[in-house]
Design a protein around this ligand. Structure first.
Ligand code: SF4
Ligand code: SF4
Ligand code: SF4
Length: 397
């Protein structure tokens, strides 16, 4: 006969404290930030602008990194580490890691430490260092166009451009709804960039002509009307949001956007599961009326989408999914919320190893940069000094 023990509760397994929020609950709605954070952000924008002004016009301070064109990239790395640590959405965190590493290596360290001229077509006002991701006529630019055709504008506007780098990591306090213009009039303003695109076509035409006073003058003018709004829109972030330049003015973004439309990229939309909660529109920094466009056309296929993936990873009903060349090759593949989040799940071993690899590459790159800037000695001296510090006999290195 079985005996029931009354009054003794079975031992309950202890709930383990969670180290971080489950990935399916992590959100990328813009946070609210105090004034000092916004002030710091504007200060960093101003510093980047002064660095460019000093390097291009003033020539007042001869400094390797603190006040030249690479200042911006140094700021992206510094703020990027902060943003990566604070980011709640695992896919965005992964994208920021890729973005910061690409800016550090492709925009800063390679052109600065190993400057060489890559093959290009036509005449350019300033010779392109390698890799020239935005410079039309260069080998890299054609490769970028091909990659955008296959994977969408995110190849450059999500993972590779210093503009998105500085605006996402330094300009993060201005993602908040009070700062980002939305609605019909703001959506119409996107057409402004086609004016810049027309001027860009003029620049391309100037490049294929032999150099003369007119072509040189036009290219100088074009550089100015691209660079000045580039920095001015950073300082206007409190009024136009952190992606104002990309949304309204960038001629390169317009080019990549056209390839977004022509190529394999789009976002698929499932009308039967969408609850019209509007979250996808709230997280979109480009001000795209996501679900409304989906409901009207069955997909989000627009020149404006920079492929950040926030809408896809936030959609609670998985009604949105990326579509690119991989979907064409594997029709069963559904790049929806679950797929993207699983891909970037921080608690799984593979992303941790990738993160460790990222940290190692970044650390080596920064050590290399400091060495070449004269702030530290050679790698051998560094190891020798570290060895001496730890009491190890490595002084013969
Ligand atoms: S829109 Fe232009 S500036 Fe913005 S990320 Fe794309 S290429 Fe860079
Ligand atoms: S987040 Fe998803 S469910 Fe909500 S409106 Fe957008 S597509 Fe529809
Ligand atoms: S539509 Fe989605 S993927 Fe495209 S820019 Fe907006 S949030 Fe990012």
């Amino acid at each position: 006969m079985s005996r029931r023990v009354i009054g003794i509760a079975p031992a309950q397994p202890k709930a383990r404290p969670q180290r971080c929020m489950p990935v399916d609950q992590q959100r990328s709605l813009a946070g609210r930030y105090p004034l000092w954070v916004k002030g710091l952000s504007l200060l960093a924008f101003t510093w980047a602008f002064l660095g460019w002004l000093n390097d291009a016009w003033f020539y007042q301070f001869d400094n390797s990194i603190l006040l030249n064109r690479y200042t911006e990239y140094g700021l992206i790395v510094a703020f990027g580490i902060w943003r990566i640590a604070a980011e709640k959405n695992p896919y965005t965190r992964k994208r920021l890691m890729l973005l910061v590493a690409n800016v550090a290596v492709l925009w800063w360290l390679i052109p600065w430490l190993f400057p060489f001229i890559e093959p290009y077509v036509g005449y350019l006002g300033v010779l392109p260092a390698f890799p020239s991701l935005h410079t039309p006529g260069t080998l890299t630019f054609f490769l970028v166009l091909a990659a955008v055709f296959l994977f969408g504008r995110r190849v450059i506007c999500g993972w590779n451009c210093p503009c998105v780098g500085i605006r996402e990591v330094v300009g993060f306090p201005f993602r908040q709804a009070d700062h980002v213009p939305r609605g019909k009039w703001a959506w119409r303003l996107r057409h402004l960039k086609w004016l810049w695109f027309a001027l860009y076509l003029g620049a391309m035409a100037a490049m294929v002509h032999p150099a003369n006073n007119q072509t040189a003058g036009y290219l100088g003018f074009f550089a100015l009307i691209v660079v000045l709004p580039y920095f001015a829109t950073m300082l206007l972030s409190p009024w136009i949001g952190n992606r104002g330049y990309c949304r309204f003015l960038c001629p390169y973004g317009a080019t990549f956007g056209l390839l977004n439309k022509a190529g394999a990229f789009r976002i698929d939309y499932a009308v039967d599961t969408c609850t019209q909660c509007g979250l996808c529109e709230k997280v979109c920094d480009m001000g795209i009326p996501v679900w409304q466009m989906g409901a009207a056309t069955g997909k989000i296929d627009t020149t404006e989408c920079m492929g950040c993936g926030r809408c896809v990873t936030e959609c609670p009903t998985s009604s949105l999914a990326f579509h690119d060349v991989r979907t064409l090759l594997r029709p069963a593949l559904r790049q929806d919320r679950a797929w993207l989040r699983r891909l970037a799940d921080w608690t799984r071993p593979a992303p941790r190893w990738r993160a460790a690899g990222f940290a190692l590459v970044l650390a080596l790159a920064l050590i290399g940069a400091w060495h070449y800037s004269g702030l530290i000695g050679s790698g051998a001296e560094l190891i020798s000094n570290l060895g001496a510090l730890c009491g190890l006999p490595v002084s013969t290195w």
